[in-house]
Design a protein around this ligand. Structure first.
Ligand code: PGA
Length: 251
């Protein structure tokens, strides 16, 4: 691992407003003393500005904010949507192509690709999610093919800034990161290595799918894994702080 480990907390639609503020305060306080980990909090969109106030109070370079989604266009008559230009005032990162957006909101590879261009244009860093639908021997080929479609037209220079989250769809939890089919370190490394071949050495490659404090180290020890995209476990303050400590201790 070349960078400090990066943990992205994808809060999805889990926490209430009160829970979100408590999480943000607790995480900020905990990582003040951890110098070897970077954390990106991705709260539900409405809550992002409030969490930003907490993060901006004594800002830490290793604690940033992200949004979970943006619309692919600049502006227009799109009820309920938020643009990258709006998000950039509050966040530094934007998740794109998450399998839940694909499954529940029919996001297409072409839309994800447009979103990536819009995110980069607004100087946000995309966290690009890819992964195979079912556990299988050709997982690398499937993930690489999806990634190549998503990265169409992205310059070599921009490739250096991006984050790719390898998330095997079958390993993503339904809300409890301790009761699920989890990938092994070897399996993940194999696909992450293929992804590395597409994005190069500078981009960061994360693993995501039912990560928790018990299995995180196994993934972070893989050569091509630079961190994790954490869902369910990231809204459990104690668990997530433990994960930050584990990541900070990895060299
Ligand atoms: P999970 O979610 O950790 O709850 O499996 C990961 C993700 O979907 O980003």
């Amino acid at each position: 691992m070349k960078h400090h480990p990066l943990l992205v907390a994808n809060w999805k639609m889990y926490p209430s407003l009160a829970d979100s503020l408590q999480l943000a305060q607790g995480i900020k306080k905990a990582i003040e003393d951890m110098h070897h980990v970077e954390v990106v909090l991705c709260p539900p969109t409405l809550i992002v500005p409030l969490v930003q106030e907490i993060v901006a109070n004594h800002p830490l370079a290793r604690l940033r904010l992200g949004v979970q989604n943006i619309h692919q266009l600049e502006d227009g008559p799109y009820t309920g949507e938020v643009s990258a230009g709006m998000a950039k005032h509050f966040a530094s990162y934007a998740i794109v192509g998450h399998s839940e957006r694909v499954k529940w909101f029919n996001e297409t590879p072409n839309e994800s690709n447009q979103k990536i261009h819009m995110i980069l244009k607004n100087n946000l860093i995309p966290i690009i999610c890819v992964g195979e639908s079912n556990r299988n021997k050709n997982a690398s080929a499937e993930a690489v093919k999806k990634l190549q479609a998503l990265l169409k037209g992205v310059s070599r220079q921009d490739l250096e800034k991006i984050v790719v989250a390898y998330e095997p769809v079958w390993a993503i939890s339904k809300g409890d990161s301790y009761h699920h089919d989890v990938a092994t370190g070897d399996y993940v490394q194999n696909v992450a290595h293929a992804i590395r071949g597409v994005v190069g050495m500078h981009a960061r490659v994360l693993y995501g799918g039912s990560t928790n404090a018990d299995n995180l180290a196994e993934f972070l020890h893989q050569d091509d894994i630079d961190g994790a995209l954490v869902g369910a476990a990231s809204v459990n303050l104690k668990e997530f702080i433990k994960m930050c400590e584990i990541a900070a201790a990895i060299r």
